[in-house]
Design a protein around this ligand. Sequence first.
Ligand code: ADP
Length: 673
Amino acid sequence: MSFQKLADGMPGGFFIYHATGEEEIIYANEAMLRIFECGSLEEFRELTGNSFRGIVHPEDLEYVEESIREQISASRYDLDYVEYRILTRSGAVRWIDDYGHFVHSETAGDIFYVFVGDATEKKKRQAEEKERLLREKLELIEGLSIDYESLFHADLDADRIQAYRVSDRVAEQFCTGHEVCRFTGFDAEYIRKWVCPEDRAALAGVSDPAFIREKLSKDRKYEVNYRIQKDGKTEYIQLRVVNVGSGQEVSQIVMGYRDINDEIAQEVKQKQVLKEALDEANRANKAKNRFLSNMSHDIRTPMNAIVGFTALAKKHVEELEKASEYLDMISSAGDQLLQLLNDVLEISEIESGQTYVEEKKCRVTDILRQVQEFTHPRAAGKNIRVSVDIREPEHNVVMADQQKLVMILSCLADNAIKYTGPGGRVSIAAEERKSPREDYAVYRFRVEDNGIGIESEFLEHIFEPFERAQNTTMSGIYGTGLGLTIARGIVELMGGSIEASSAVGRGSVFTVTVPLRISVCPQAPAPLRKADAEEDPGAFAAEGIRILAVDDNQINLEIEEEVLKEAGYLVETAEDGSVAVEMVRHRDPGYYDLILMDIQMPGMDGHQATRVIRKMEDPQRADIPVIALSANNSEKDRKASVESGMNAHLAKPLDISLLYELLQKYLKNGGRE
Ligand code: ADP
């Protein structure tokens, strides 16, 4: 097969032309004619002027020839590759891939062999891809710059700036659209029209080319916040300038302007919150320091009394009347210390979530009666008339933590008496209101006095821990400043609230509002009347009743023994749980009528000992009433005692009248509640 036949049959274009002179075409194959839409070689020669120059689109010719020259002189194998447009016979524009080989032949001179492919489709795809990438880039810019109301690209070397986006508000002052403007002074009009006079010089300074170059030579970007005047209001704008060039010198930059009002407002708010938190922390710290100094003082005073009067009592031990007086003083100082410790413990239990509300069926009137009984001795001692309105509310039987409500109201009544002069009046009442919750009613307990009253400034802090009014501390009225904090903590646990109002010199009103479930069955248990024991100490005969007192502390044991014997009981003692268990086991059933059990003891503790006793086979032994006696008196401790099978939990140091009351209760009932 001849070379021409082979070349004519090739699927791609192929042609040969002279590299010099007119660049005359020597040969073009069939595929070449197809690409140029020519029916014959004659037509092709006519269309192209039979020259390579006629093949290339006139607009591309110059760079194509230049490129071929450069490539051939640089190529070891005299090869070149160019892309260019052609015009077909119908006038259509098509793209061509041109792979040329320069050859010097002795016979034909300098010639080019060229293989050609139609690259129109490829070019179209490339153009589409380029357009897609550009579109994506623009979308990316759009997305990232969404916060910027105005955005510019500038070339400092060329002193040119072009807006990418300009907000409507400032459009008049900046060159808009894709118009290219001079960078120098591009923002002068904007600064004059919008920027607050105080910030004008600063903004002009930071958008000065010399400043920008200096600043961006060190950092990639910088920001400046300034204020503008809009509709008579001050707003905050941030200018961010970013170096987007890749060279050493700073020239290509992007400038963005965005509204930062929300951020500034948020910042101001956060600062305010921080300031308040700091103030609060400082205040709490001061209150704690004050409390510590109060407490040290409050502890030192009774301690001095105890130490001093003990010395005096020892000295005057022969003079019974004097010694007894000193012992009274010691006892009262001891009570004060105990009150202080109990309050601190109580508050820490409330704060650490260890206090629980135990709802049981009770009567609102009983709550009031108990408060009256607790308050009576103190009020009488100070000649204050306490009136308690014990009229039954519509729903008198409720589910409530009677003990805690009595405690709260007694604390308020106690304060009312404490801070009211002799001859004053205190009134206590309860009022029922409707509750939005079904089966519930809202009860408002009111404790009112006509005492010294409370300054309004102090009233705001009255429920905070450790707070005591100046006049109370100065006047020497004893207190810890924790009573009301404890009261509020418990009322809130009950889902209620506590409020105070007052007028100096006229008196105060404390109101406790709690929602309580109304009980349908009016069979509330009869109240436990603490006064019973005091009023009628002989109500129960102690004769022949044997109590086992268990405690590892010898002094405690002695006190218990003394107190019990005084009341007429027979007493035996054990120094730990296992000894007590053995004593119960080896004595006849029913030998011991009741056990007073310490909790924390080495070896077998009070809870373990009670569990062992409760499991004893003989029911008389297993059912012996056990009363816990413990220095730990939290809600949790009381619960633990009940769970181990004990009948009651009594706090140490001993409240003797309460002990007698419990003894009578359990001895009468044979241990049943
Ligand atoms: P305490 O009475 O132990 O100091 P509280 O927390 O019960 O502590 O009361 C805090 C302070 O509130 C008291 O020190 C007193 O200054 C003031 N206060 C409480 N109740 C009254 C009242 N009824 N009249 C006047 N001041 C009161």
